[in-house]
Design a protein around this ligand. Structure first.
Ligand SMILES: [Zn+2]
Length: 704
């Protein structure tokens, strides 16, 4: 601990002396509440030299706040322990929110350097708190008599949440078991890193497909060919074409290349990653990860790692997830087999004298897609200008919840293309601020996400209004053509907007519970919005030609709706297969010993998987579960939430009004605003009146 203080002091001195015109304490914008309109971050006053001193001060203040709690001579109470702990770390939180959002959305070398320095400080700080025995002892005293303390339901829930957080990190274990756990954690983090590094090498370095005959490129689109020529030239192979295992290179090759042997070659390269008995082999590593996780679960008193993880989720037990996945597998497998036989017919009619294999799926499904759905993205795009789509999603939220979005131009922004909107209730009351950052930049990472600069909260008896931000990487405008979105981008915007509404509507007096939902619930608020995006009635509201204003024709609407059924058997089966594989590994009890190849084979044959489909991720490249712990025993969560969102939207449809105001009010209250007030399933049932049914999802995917 003492070393830590010295280290922090040393860094702060170094930084201050390195910066000639350093600001005084009072001038650092993170040291006090923001005085800006709506308390948004004062981006125009933030300099990158402000971050490190603010982190250091934030950690110092947080440590002092925790020390004040643990040194209190009075008996532990909710008011003197739980509440101040729940509200602690404000300065650290303020700077972290801005800093980590900027390293994602608007980074530079300076920020990256700070991130490298600050990450170990923060992880140490977090460990210091979660292993603070004095703090846990106080929480435990309150937890043990929580029922006798005349507290309200929310206060009891907050106590239980904090107690569980500490307990799940081993706070309740005797010293020698804690030491054992720390060792297991350390080993696990090293192995996860190694798994990821190996996979990176196997994907980016250890395989390439060099094509030197032009005829071997038959079927590939021009832009794919020229990208491959460029890649080859960069690799010193001018005049040839290079394909890799990166998705933008691999997928079009599998979709369009007529040369079947080469398709097989590249697909083999893909599905053998980490399984080549070379220096980057992941088999032993993942076997050790599985063993250590089983050991960790046992130390913490769980039967296996899946039980440890799922205990916190809506599903509660591995058995529930098991039954859930098997039901979906049974429903989707016949559809996938039908898709396969339709594709086989195409291959046969073309005179191909072979039985389709896994590397043929993309090629023939693409042919099937053209034949059955005839949907051309370029025909759609003019109806989906960014502005129209954005106004469309605002209008949907308006019709559901009565809220309005007014553009504001006098708030500080971190980049000139960022737009800000004030969100107001139907009666004009301020609800929050929404930042929208649409286009790719070299300073921004890929993908789309929703985040916030200020979460909805409660301070001194008053609500703290949220400041939410959506960050995307959409096709930018060119010349006098505005940004035109494809269908995927359109649904993505609605999806992220759903997360934003969750953040904007959240209510709750305690940071630990407000808006805090289990992993298998998180995608309900977002995925449900995608349903509205694709409804014919809604498309007619917003999909208007950017030049003529013409409303999207029925013919195109029909194509959008129908193409939702494309390849759904395959997509569902490969996903479920990977989820089952994940669960099977983590259902092993300690001491778990696996031989990944035979284990995977057995798990997949037990699940009934056909050889023409591989699990979406095979063991040796299943980064979601082995490179980091984020989705271990949790790869199923996406489709769990899809059952919820399909069931919830079906409730609207069945009522005869997809904007049914009563249902919208209930969804807002129980599933968004009060989402963290109780267990996920309880909140869902308050809205729905019953448990979700799997049928609406099966129907939506054409599996029933
Ligand atoms: Zn999401």
């Amino acid at each position: 601990m003492k070393n830590n203080v010295l280290l922090l002091t040393a860094i702060s001195v170094a930084l201050i002396t390195a910066c000639k015109n350093e600001k005084k304490m009072t001038e650092n914008p993170f040291f006090a509440e923001y005085s800006t309109l709506y308390q948004v971050p004062p981006f125009d006053q933030i300099d990158s030299t402000d971050y490190m001193p603010a982190f250091i001060e934030g950690i110092k203040q947080h440590d002092a706040e925790v020390a004040a709690i643990t040194n209190d001579a009075a008996k532990p109470t909710f008011e003197n322990t739980i509440l101040p702990f729940d509200k602690s770390g404000k300065t650290l939180n303020r700077v972290s929110k801005v800093f980590f959002n900027m390293t994602e959305a608007n980074t530079n070398d300076q920020l990256q350097n700070i991130a490298v320095k600050v990450s170990p400080l923060l992880s140490k700080h977090n460990d210091d708190i979660s292993m603070n025995a004095k703090l846990f002892a106080r929480i435990k005293v309150i937890y043990d008599k929580r029922k006798e303390l005349k507290l309200d339901d929310q206060q009891v829930r907050v106590i239980e949440k904090y107690y569980r957080d500490f307990e799940r990190r081993g706070a309740n274990l005797p010293k020698e078991k804690q030491d054992q756990l720390r060792k297991v954690n350390e080993e696990l983090s090293m192995l996860s890193l190694k798994f990821g590094d190996n996979l990176l090498a196997e994907t980016n370095k250890n395989f390439k497909l060099i094509v030197d005959k032009k005829s071997d490129l038959d079927g590939l689109p021009d832009d794919v060919i020229s990208a491959a020529a460029e890649a080859a030239e960069k690799d010193g192979q001018k005049g040839k074409w290079k394909f890799t295992l990166a998705k933008p290179s691999l997928i079009p090759f599998l979709q369009y290349a007529k040369n079947r042997e080469l398709r097989e070659k590249i697909y083999r390269g893909y599905f053998m990653r980490g399984n080549n008995d070379n220096a980057n082999d992941n088999k032993t590593i993942l076997a050790n990860i599985v063993r250590l996780r089983a050991e960790k679960a046992k130390l913490l008193g769980f039967e296996n790692f899946a039980a440890y993880v799922i205990d916190e989720n809506m599903a509660k037990t591995p058995a529930t997830v098991d039954a859930f996945l098997n039901k979906l597998m049974v429903a989707s497998l016949p559809v996938a087999k039908m898709e396969l036989s339709e594709m086989q017919k195409i291959a046969d009619s073309e005179g191909g004298n072979f039985k389709l294999q896994s590397w043929d799926w993309w090629y023939y499904s693409e042919k099937l897609r053209k034949q059955k759905y005839d949907l051309d993205e370029n025909e759609l795009k003019p109806y989906f200008s960014l502005e129209n789509v954005r106004n469309g999603m605002f209008a949907v939220a308006g019709k559901l919840y009565g809220i309005t979005f007014t553009k504001v131009t006098n708030l500080p922004i971190y980049q000139k293309d960022v737009e800000t909107f004030e969100v107001k209730e139907a009666d004009g009351l301020h609800l929050g601020i929404l930042y929208l950052d649409y286009y790719p930049r070299t300073e921004k990472r890929g993908g789309a996400w929703c985040t916030d600069f200020q979460s909805a909260g409660w301070e001194n008896g008053k609500k703290v209004d949220p400041v939410v931000s959506l960050v995307c990487n959409f096709t930018p405008p060119t010349g006098d053509v505005p940004a035109l979105l494809n269908w995927d981008e359109t649904s993505t915007l609605f999806h992220e907007f759903g997360h934003a509404l969750h953040g904007l509507f959240t209510l709750g007096k305690y940071n630990r519970t407000a808006g805090s939902v289990p992993r298998d619930y998180v995608e309900l608020p977002s995925q449900i919005m995608e349903n509205w995006a694709g409804e014919p009635q809604v498309l007619k509201m917003y999909a208007k030609h950017y030049k003529t204003g013409e409303v999207i024709p029925d013919k195109l609407v029909e194509k959008i709706v129908n193409s939702g059924l494309f390849n759904q058997g395959f997509v569902t089966v490969e996903y479920i297969a990977a989820s089952i594989l994940d669960l099977d590994y983590h259902k092993l009890n300690a001491p778990a010993k696996v031989e990944p190849e035979s284990f995977e084979k057995e798990a997949m044959s037990k699940a009934g998987l056909i050889p023409e489909i591989l699990p979406r991720y095979r063991s040796t490249y299943f980064a979601h579960i082995f490179s980091g712990e984020g989705y271990a025993a949790g790869y199923y969560v996406y489709i769990w939430a899809a059952v919820l969102d399909a069931d919830a939207f079906d409730y609207f449809t069945q009522s005869g009004n997809i904007f049914n105001p009563e249902l919208a009010a209930k969804f807002r209250k129980y599933c968004l605003a009060e989402s963290g007030d109780d267990e996920g399933m309880i909140q869902y049932k308050k809205f729905r009146g019953q448990e979700p049914s799997m049928d609406p999802l099966l129907k939506r995917r054409g599996l029933k």
